[in-house]
Ligand binder design. Structure first.
Ligand SMILES: Cc1ncc(COP(=O)(O)O)c(C=O)c1O
Length: 393
């Protein structure tokens, strides 16, 4: 086989989301009616006008040299703008010297993980989890340690305490969460920070908290979306504008290393170096310049909230068991009958509705529904959800 055994195996078990999407494509092609597709977290809102206006200006009057190579960390003006935004958001003394512009959050996660991991180092991940973490951690020689989320998909501090060993180098958190929509409270993050500090002392090594926050502007029930920078000095925040500005295809994001993190300077230096040597070289130049003036902007969050409210209310009324999501654009109900794969197959084959089995996120028994869809798709699918739960009783 020309492909390495490891990659071949990873490809076959890699993505339920892709698999469902491909099955959906087959269904779409059969000409027997519409397919309601809740499988992909692909933001379908166009970027805000503020962004497109700025991009148009940049295209028509590009700053001299903007299309050339630059420092691997990105444009200084953009990093200064990001640092100001972060200072304002988290009240932490971040400067542009703690910021690296990245190729999305995915690029940022790879850079950050490679910066801190030695072979065999353990990285704690809460299940259910964004499935790519498994590959990202493996890419850089780490070992993923799964810890089940707690009540309502929150942080189970006791379970994390039990999972930490002398090999634990980092923990990844993701709030607002994909796939559950959970938003961790500041109090819960504060307890996590205290635990990581205490365990770090006990184990004789710093445990870094890698906080993957590409949904941080999509939250519904609080004033501020708490993040790792709010509570823990040894944190590395990663985000992108894939979701908040609807720029998933443009691949633009950033990393901030907390200025008080152990070895903050060398970690920042390593992320700059790795941006280059992992082959990204630098984040897309025009996109850096375009987001620089739009860091506080976002797509219409109300558009998502309406769908969250409608889906929560109706699915609950039909008898589905689900936790009300506080952010992102996913709901993660229990699969009626308990077999998530069977349920998703039924939704697909009998009702032409695409949802993803929780197994794809390390959480069998649940299914994920992404509501990056028009209201008409939600309305069209509701009778199918009502019918499907009866079929599994
Ligand atoms: C939790 C999580 N992290 C990272 C990413 C990657 O985002 P980006 O497009 O910024 O690479 C996604 C994308 O869906 C995600 O859901």
């Amino acid at each position: 086989m020309p492909v390495s055994k490891k990659v071949g195996e990873a490809m076959t078990r890699s993505s339920w989301i892709r698999r469902m999407f491909e099955e959906g494509e087959t269904l779409r092609a059969d000409g027997k009616g519409t397919v309601c597709d809740f499988s992909l977290g692909n933001p379908c809102l166009e970027p805000p006008g503020e962004f497109t206006k700025r991009l148009a200006e940049l295209v028509l009057s590009p700053p001299p040299g903007v299309h050339r190579y630059m420092a691997n960390i990105g444009h200084e003006s953009t990093r200064r703008a990001v640092a100001a935004y972060v200072r304002d958001e988290f009240k932490v003394a971040v400067t542009h010297d703690h910021v690296v512009m990245t190729v999305g959050a995915g690029g940022g996660c790879n850079v950050a993980l490679k910066a801190v991991l030695d072979p065999g180092d353990e990285v704690i991940v809460l299940t259910p989890f964004f499935v790519e973490y498994a590959f990202y951690i493996d890419n850089h020689g780490g070992t993923m340690v799964r810890v089940p989320a707690g009540d309502d998909f929150g942080i189970d501090h006791e379970a994390i305490a039990r999972a930490i060993t002398a090999r634990t180098k980092a923990m990844i958190i993701n709030s607002p969460n994909n796939p559950t929509g959970a938003v961790y409270s500041r109090e819960s993050l504060g307890r996590l920070a205290a635990l990581l500090r205490e365990k770090g002392v006990e184990m004789g090594r710093t445990i870094y908290l890698i906080s993957d926050e590409p949904y941080r502007k999509i939250f519904y029930d609080t004033q501020h979306c708490p993040g790792a920078l709010d509570v823990y000095e040894h944190s590395i925040m990663i985000t992108s504008h894939s979701k908040d500005l609807g720029l998933a295809g443009e691949r633009i994001g950033w990393i901030v290393v907390h200025p008080e993190a152990d070895d903050a300077e060398s970690i920042h230096g390593a992320t700059a170096f790795l941006n280059r040597t992992l082959g990204f070289v630098n984040a897309p130049s025009l996109m850096q310049k375009a987001v620089e003036t739009c860091l506080k902007a976002s797509v219409d969050i109300e558009w998502y909230r309406r769908k969250r409210d409608l889906l929560y209310e109706r699915l609950t009324a039909f008898g589905y068991e689900l936790v009300k999501p506080g952010g992102a654009f996913y709901v993660f109900p229990k699969a009626p009958g308990g077999d998530d794969v069977a349920f998703c197959q039924l939704m697909l084959k009998r009702h032409r509705v695409l949802v993803v089995p929780g197994s794809g996120f390390g959480a069998p028994g649940f299914f994920r529904l992404s509501y990056c869809v028009e209201d008409s798709v939600v309305e069209a699918a509701l009778p199918a959800f009502e019918q499907a739960i009866k079929e599994f009783k």
